[in-house]
Design a protein around this ligand. Structure first.
Ligand code: NAD
Ligand code: TYD
Length: 331
């Protein structure tokens, strides 16, 4: 397949590109704006085998250039961090909604298959049981609201224009190359450095953890075997609350448990996410990595790849960190 992968220099997009090039021999073009979260280094293993275009998905000219010769579009490009969306939602509306619209138009004009990468956060929080694809959308944060808006637009292009559009909604991902603003890499790097471990609220919020390569496989599966107009949930095999995750990271890094610090809760903080992936499993997908082993692999990767995270921790990330956590974590 010849696939345009938007946001392919990010955490999950680059895992998808590496997998498709290595295992499927796809011809890949990556379109990525290279925001703070996008890094060419994430693609270095396959650099000579792909075409890379730097540009924004909300820019129709950049999209027209990148999409030439492709049969399908897979859209990972997004502003993705809930805390940043709470501080300033504007960029989330432009990229996640306007950008998706530009890509849908490009797919419609050319008759391409289109897969939107989405999230379990569009369903909101669930106390018991798991969300299915027919659960109502009840997003809590500006991030999840813009992802929900994009999903609805994608569905409308299937119903209105007959676009071969699908949606794949993943649960919380973790693994190598994740930007350290998200819980797991933030806690790993802080634990390795002996810095405080900022836990929001009571630390009992539950997430459904999915190893990044399993999500990349799930997306590939939905793209090839899924039916147009359908949504496919792709959830991890294990659920775990944040304090348990942090406790496990402390063990794996031999950090001091007294580094844990309870800080002010995130506004609108969803209590629990849980996805039923039966529909994707009926197409033959299964998560291969359990949380215990996946987390140990992830800690090991961060230990061995300071070249990757060192420049992030000393750059603009520091300013973000100070702004977001500074006061709460002052001694
Ligand atoms: P990420 O923040 O690591 O990467 C996002 C990528 O998109 C970066 O390479 C960035 O440069 C690029 N990008 C941002 N704005 C752009 C724009 N306007 N034009 C072009 N490129 C742009 O994100 P991620 O964690 O890899 O998430 C990828 C997708 O998966 C997102 O759509 C996200 O909503 C979804 N998702 C993420 C998770 C998770 O746990 N991280 C779970 C489920 C779904
Ligand atoms: P996060 O990685 O931001 O993913 P999401 O909000 O999209 O699920 O957060 C995962 C969980 O960890 C969530 O319950 C918020 C919590 N959390 C903390 O307790 N401390 C932190 O510093 C961060 C970033 C997250």
């Amino acid at each position: 397949m010849r696939v345009l992968v938007c946001g392919g220099a990010g955490f999950i997009g680059s895992a998808f590109v590496r997998l498709r090039v290595r295992e499927q021999g796809d011809q890949i073009t990556v379109l990525d704006k290279l925001t703070y979260a996008g890094r060419r280094e994430n693609l270095q293993e396959v650099e000579s085998e792909i075409r890379f275009v730097q540009g924004a998905i909300e820019d129709p000219l950049a999209v027209a250039d990148a999409v030439a010769g492709c049969d399908a579009i897979v859209n990972f490009a997004a502003e993705t961090h809930v805390d940043r969306s709470i501080a300033d939602p504007q960029g989330f509306i432009v990229t996640n909604m306007q950008g998706t619209h530009v890509l849908l138009e490009a797919a419609r004009e050319r008759g391409l298959r289109y897969l939107q990468v989405s999230t379990d956060e569009v369903y909101g929080s669930i106390e018991q049981g798991s969300f299915s694809e027919s659960s109502p959308l009840e997003p809590s944060s500006p991030y999840s609201a813009t992802k929900s808006g994009a999903d609805l637009l994608v569905s409308s292009y299937f119903h209105t224009y007959g676009l071969e559009a699908l949606i794949c909604r993943g649960s919380n991902n973790y693994g190598p190359h994740q930007y350290p603003e998200k819980l797991i890499p933030l806690m790993i790097l802080n634990a390795l450095a002996g810095d405080r471990l900022p836990v929001y609220g009571d630390g009992r919020n539950v997430r459904n953890w999915l190893f990044v390569e399993d999500f990349a496989r799930g997306i590939g599966h939905a793209l090839l075997h899924g039916a147009p107009g359908e949504v496919y949930n792709c959830g991890g095999p294990d659920e775990c609350d944040n304090l348990t995750v942090v406790g496990r990271i402390i063990e794996l890094t031999a950090a001091d448990p007294r580094l844990v610090e309870f800080v002010t809760d995130r506004p609108g903080h969803d209590r629990r996410y849980s996805l039923s992936s039966e529909k994707l499993q009926r197409l033959g997908w299964r998560a291969q990595e359990g949380f215990e082993e996946g987390l140990a692999r992830t800690v090991q990767w961060y230990r061995e790849n300071e070249w990757w995270w060192g420049p992030i921790r000393s750059g603009a990330y520091r300013e973000y960190y100070e702004r977001h956590y500074g006061r709460a974590l002052k001694a």
